[in-house]
Write a new protein. Structure first.
Length: 546
């Protein structure tokens, strides 16, 4: 009798298991298969130019980005996609929160000595996906605060490997290509003694550049020349591990490419490295593309969307170590002096190369001129993951699923471009995009190659360009035309409405930009491989006495 009862119970257990498996594969009562949640790889290149992507300038017949070219042929290329700002921290904060810097509080860059970062009141994309059962990992540059609760593993990432800020914000033993050239770290015992900025200028040398894994510094100063392989190895391990677990994942890869110092994939001691250095940018671009190709190959069968874009345009003052803006040269500005790329609101500063790839879901060989922003990644990824955006705050990103999946070209009517450092106050809405038109309230140029910086100019009446006829932004519309009057009224109305909306938004955050030298990341000095920064020499003498 007991054995018969056991057999009956076992049969029921097996039947329940079969039913649960069936329900997990099909909708309850619908007969439709429930798809496994998609995974996402968001790749953010640093200081990359719109023209660096081969397929954006086919007339040049270059082959520097073959993997990205293939992704564009097999997926979607967005030709009018913009970074939310034209410098690092504001752009990254807006991408991860879906909100303008005037809402999320991040309006300029954080530094080595920053005590805080992205306000803790902000909700990030990885936090929301993590709560929905996703494994979340980040590889690369964070630049949104490295101390305590501001670090990546406290903002929604299960795993982190990377540099807490830009790769020029610390010395290394073997510096890469930069203008001006940077000196290596100077060591004395276990510590780096570089208490002042380099005599070359522009090279931060007080702190050795750290490589952080989760909450620990594993190398300081890190070796720039091996960084790509370290990033690739960690990223592939994440993809393979998530696949083995059957868990959907978000992998955010914020690369050091194409920010100076460049460290191309050859040893700094080889003849190739000693050859004319204008090939360093091309070699680094191919290195970036190779890493992307490895990620594409590893994730091709995993129901994974890959979204490649940039954080801002090229750093023009770095000359041969800067990328190409393509046709978006900002001639009105360059004719008056100064650069028109990174740190500016000219098209070269924020129009970035963008490819979205998802085998079997995104129609192949699609190009869209929809006006979109990096802020739109936030609501679009949440929509594709079936996750509801937070209802307690106002978002500025829009759900672009119809553009990504359905070949539709509907897009934003307006996009606002904030000041990011060239002139004026940080965060000011300097320029407004209205359809094909671009209107400037304030103009100013960043430092150009060879020097020269455009002065800030206020424009009342507005300076308006028709980007369809004048993508180089050279000749503004005449003031005495009905076309100008119509655009000026629309832009003024929309800008005032946004500013009022932000002013009445109770969810606006304020970032703490205070600094303290004690906030600079420093590894465990008891480890022989670790060096960081030093305290004043008299303190060193005092410590040695004890």
């Amino acid at each position: 009798m007991g054995e018969a009862l056991n057999q009956l119970l076992l049969s029921k257990v097996l039947l329940c298991g079969l039913l649960l498996h069936t329900v997990s594969q099909r909708g309850l009562g619908t007969g439709e298969t429930v798809e496994k949640k998609p995974s996402f790889i968001i790749i953010l290149a640093d200081d990359i130019g719109w023209g660096d992507l081969d397929v954006n300038q086919p007339e040049k017949k270059t082959n520097n980005t073959p993997n990205l070219n293939l992704m564009a042929q097999q997926g979607l290329r967005l030709t009018d996609f913009h970074s939310p700002a034209s410098t690092c921290s504001p752009s990254r904060a807006a991408i991860l929160t879906g909100r303008y810097g005037l809402r999320n509080g991040v309006i300029h860059n954080f530094g080595v000595n920053s005590v805080a970062g992205l306000p803790l009141s902000e909700i990030t994309l990885p936090q929301l996906l993590q709560q929905a059962g996703y494994y979340t990992a980040m590889i690369g540059k964070w630049h949104l605060g490295h101390n305590g609760p501001y670090s990546p593993t406290n903002r929604g990432f299960d795993y982190y490997l990377g540099i807490p800020y830009s790769n020029d914000m610390g010395c290394t033993d073997t510096p890469g290509y930069n203008l001006p050239p940077c000196a290596p770290c100077v060591s004395a015992g276990p510590e780096v003694i570089r208490l002042r900025r380099s005599v070359h200028g522009g090279c931060y040398s007080e702190v050795g550049l750290p490589l952080v894994e989760n909450s620990s510094i594993v190398e300081q100063p890190l070796d720039l020349w091996t960084l790509t392989e370290k990033y690739k190895s960690a990223a592939l391990k994440i993809v393979h591990s998530a696949r083995a677990r059957g868990q959907p994942y978000l992998l955010y890869v914020a690369l050091a490419h194409m920010h100076v110092p460049l460290a191309p994939p050859f040893s700094p001691d080889t003849p190739a490295a000693r050859s004319p250095s204008d090939g360093a940018y091309t070699a680094s671009l191919r290195d970036l593309d190779g890493l992307i190709g490895a990620l594409k190959t590893a994730s091709d069968n995993d129901n994974t969307l890959i979204w490649f874009t940039g954080d801002n345009g090229p750093w023009e003052q770095k000359c041969q170590y800067a990328g190409s803006v393509g046709p978006f040269t900002g001639k009105w500005q360059t004719n008056k002096g100064g650069g028109s790329a990174k740190q500016t609101t000219w098209e070269g500063g924020h129009r970035v190369p963008t490819v979205v790839y998802w085998p079997g879901r995104i129609p192949a060989n699609t190009t869209s001129s929809a006006l979109l922003s990096g802020m739109d990644i936030f609501p679009t990824v949440l929509s594709l993951a079936g996750v509801t955006p937070p209802s307690d705050r106002r978002l500025d990103g829009i759900d672009a699923t119809n553009v990504v999946l359905q070949r539709q070209h509907t897009s934003r009517d307006f996009l606002f471009h904030p000041n990011s450092g060239a002139a004026g106050r940080f965060g000011d809405l300097e320029a407004v995009r209205a359809g094909k038109y671009k209107a400037f309230y304030i103009t100013g140029g960043a430092e150009a190659c060879g020097g020269g910086k455009g002065e800030q100019q206020l424009h009342d009446p507005l300076l308006i360009f028709d980007l369809e006829r004048d993508e180089a932004e050279e000749t503004p519309l005449r003031l005495d035309t009905p076309e100008y009057e119509l655009v000026a009224r629309r832009v003024a109305r929309e800008r005032e409405e946004l500013l009022w909306d932000i002013a009445t938004d109770k969810s606006v955050s304020t970032a703490d930009y205070s600094t303290d030298k004690s906030a600079a990341p420093c590894c465990d000095k008891t480890q022989a491989v670790c060096r960081c920064y030093t305290v004043p020499r008299e303190d060193i003498k005092t410590r040695r006495k004890h």
